[in-house]
Design a protein around this ligand. Structure first.
Ligand SMILES: Nc1ncnc2c1ncn2[C@@H]1O[C@H](COP(=O)(O)OP(=O)(O)OP(=O)(O)O)[C@@H](O)[C@H]1O
Ligand SMILES: [Mg+2]
Length: 287
């Protein structure tokens, strides 16, 4: 069963007691979640809705107050199941005096990557996350976007089959978040399972197969992104050679095909498309 669903949560709750008997914070309540192998799953929700707490329970970093968490069919604290997973924390902590390459060497050793594989793996990862310019610089000199990239590389150092990313695009400029989205899509193409959390919805919309939205620790929506976002039997046609004077003729043609013209507008580029295009054109994209 764990082959098809690397992560399962059943009736999971996490309550944090407050000091001086002032009650408790309900971070997660009655959460059921099944993550399928090979999908990109988005855990969405506003600040404080329980996303990071859910990821920490999946990782076995904090036990649930109630309910069951399974990672590869086992309790998550077991080292065997942890070895198959990579994690990008919300605010990763790194040694400031190590360079990018040294940081990856450190985490590679921690994760048991054999020494003979390590040099090659570091080169692969630096290229994968686009950090060639930071390879030999101490992390103290990194920008936020560069730190996020080294955090991603660290999560992937042992080529895990499951990757948990807490706010992977936080603090990253549009160019960086484009790269991170592409990286997530590449992980999916390589057959990996990715779970990411975000409150920046437009940033994850493109990459997620399914999402759940949390609110005050409870799941309020869950489903495949396609069906959540589709608007029934409506479709958008994009035409060239459009002449506003002929709108009535177009309306009539559509009516004869059994469809109704609902809106006419000009397609617009997104700000992200313009940003990425212009920065690429200027040739300077340095994390
Ligand atoms: N160690 C803790 N002790 C007490 N309360 C906590 C603790 N960790 C989290 N909480 C509370 O649990 C709730 C959920 O927090 P969590 O960090 O999981 O939210 P989140 O969805 O990740 O938010 P964000 O988008 O800001 O990262 C919040 O109300 C938070 O204050
Ligand atoms: Mg969080």
């Amino acid at each position: 069963m764990s082959d098809t669903h690397p992560i399962r949560l059943r009736g999971v709750a996490k309550h944090f007691p407050l000091h001086w008997r002032r009650g408790r914070v309900i971070a997660v309540e009655n959460l059921d979640l099944e993550i399928r192998r090979g999908e990109v799953f988005g855990l969405l929700g506003p600040n404080g809705s329980g996303k990071s707490t859910t990821l920490k329970m999946i990782l076995g970093l904090t036990p649930p107050t109630r309910g069951e968490v399974e990672l590869f069919g086992e309790p998550p604290a077991r080292p065997d199941s942890r070895r198959r997973l990579g994690f990008l924390p919300e605010s990763p902590y790194f040694y400031r005096f190590l360079s990018g390459a040294e940081t990856l060497r450190f985490f590679g050793r921690l994760c048991g990557v054999p020494n003979r594989r390590l040099d090659e793996r570091i080169d692969e990862l630096i290229a994968l996350v686009g950090l060639a310019h930071g390879r030999d610089r101490p992390l103290a000199t990194y920008s936020k976007g560069m730190l996020q990239r080294i955090g991603l590389a660290q999560a992937l150092v042992h080529d895990p089959e499951l990757v948990l990313l807490d706010e992977p695009t936080a603090g990253v400029d549009p160019m960086g978040s484009r790269d991170i989205k592409d990286l997530i899509l590449r992980l999916k193409a390589a057959g990996k399972t990715v779970v990411l959390s975000s409150h920046l919805l437009e940033q994850v919309e493109e990459v997620c197969d399914r999402v759940a939205i949390l609110h005050l620790g409870r799941k309020i929506v869950e489903g495949p992104l396609d069906s959540l976002l589709s608007s029934g039997d409506r479709a958008t046609l994009e035409v060239s050679g459009y002449d506003a004077a002929r709108t009535d003729a177009i309306r009539a043609a559509l009516a004869s095909a059994g469809a109704q013209l609902v809106a006419v507008g000009r397609p617009r580029l997104t700000l992200e498309e313009i940003f990425v295009r212009e920065v690429r054109r200027a040739g300077g994209d340095k994390g």
